[in-house]
Ligand binder design. Sequence first.
Ligand SMILES: *Cc1c(COP(=O)(O)O)cnc(C)c1O
Length: 440
Amino acid sequence: MSGAGAGVELVRRDRRRVWHPFTQEHTAPPPLAIARGEGAVLEDLDGERYLDLISSWWVTIHGHAHPAIVAAIARQAATLEQVIFAGCTHAPAVNLADALAARLPGDLERVFYSDDGSTAVEVALKLALQYWANRGEHRTRLLAFAGGYHGDTVGAMSVGRGSGFFGAFEPLMFPVEALPFPATWEGDDAVAAREAAALDALDRALADPGGEVAAVILEPLVQGAGGMAMCRPGFVAALCARARAAGALVIFDEVMTGFGRTGTLFAMEQCAVVPDLVCLSKGLTGGFLPLAATVCREGIYREFLGDTFDRAFTHGHSFTANPLGCAAGLASLELFTREDSLAAVARIERRHRGFLERLADHPRAARPRVRGSILAFDVVAGESGYGAAVGPWLKAFFLDRGLLLRPLGDVVYLLPPFCIGDEQLDRAYAGLLAALDALP
Ligand SMILES: *Cc1c(COP(=O)(O)O)cnc(C)c1O
């Protein structure tokens, strides 16, 4: 039901009953009551339209309600909606695993399904630890990066402590060492020194006599929730080479960077390295359903084989490899070919770069950066970090103009679905400039 006031009523009921994620419910403005989506546009119950410039928390790839994915899910739902995945298999799961293995470089070929980005990370960490245990080698230390974010479950929080969101849960978390992340931006001339310092810190951690490192985890090329911080591909390659030389496993968290987001299907392709494990979720189903995959090299899988159950991986979720999610994932991957989605990302990146030139001289914008479909910059507002007061101000400013954006504190970013049109992008850029001009 739509019409003036329908949204107000829904929000009233929402406020009485529902608790929203990553939200200070006491001060947050009322949520938007969204009725439908199409392409890059969301429409609320009262007919107001918003440009979804954050791909609905980074998941929407080809646009909202893409008919090909709608049809694939509907077909699958009418055939097999769900089946236990221990002791059973089904065509959507096997076909999607084949499709992922075919598109991932190297021998990333063994697919373990779970539900979301956090579980994909938990699975990767547990696989890494048990891999070493099954081999009879004592390697338990984990390395991660300052500013890295890997999800909100306890293991994912532990490796993502550096994101700064999890102070209240410190007693739950296990120790993880954080390395400096050499973030860079357009016109940055000190990046080489920052990279050298980060690699030195890595070398020291790898050589630490306190026990051998089991795995290093990082978001390749772009740290998402930590503030859309970008590093150079060469740094990722150098880091992997050093970790490998020390015998440690490398885990790439491509939950956000995967599926075209950074310009290639996977960010690892630009770094010309193959990790031992990769975590995928968010865009995996084109943004339709929660599903994740942790894909590992065949050699890791083999260490879990044996005659006794204690070598097996004792991890699973009720909805592991849900057929609807797998069918959506297959349909989404087919769209990459059929609609040449990577060309769309290249178009978005060119347009972002054109905008950077207009942004370059603005006194309130700093550290402009672009990677694939992602454009980000810091707002010069006197305070920084996720809690910066300018964040909510900006969000409200954009919403007034029909732009759905969600700054990470003082970091403003665009991360649109790949179907976004040039004229829609231009509206977004105009909104960004207007906000910078109007800053309090
Ligand atoms: C969002 C995100 C996660 C967590 O995914 P959820 O689906 O929210 O659990 C993990 N890693 C990265 C890099 C992410 O961006």
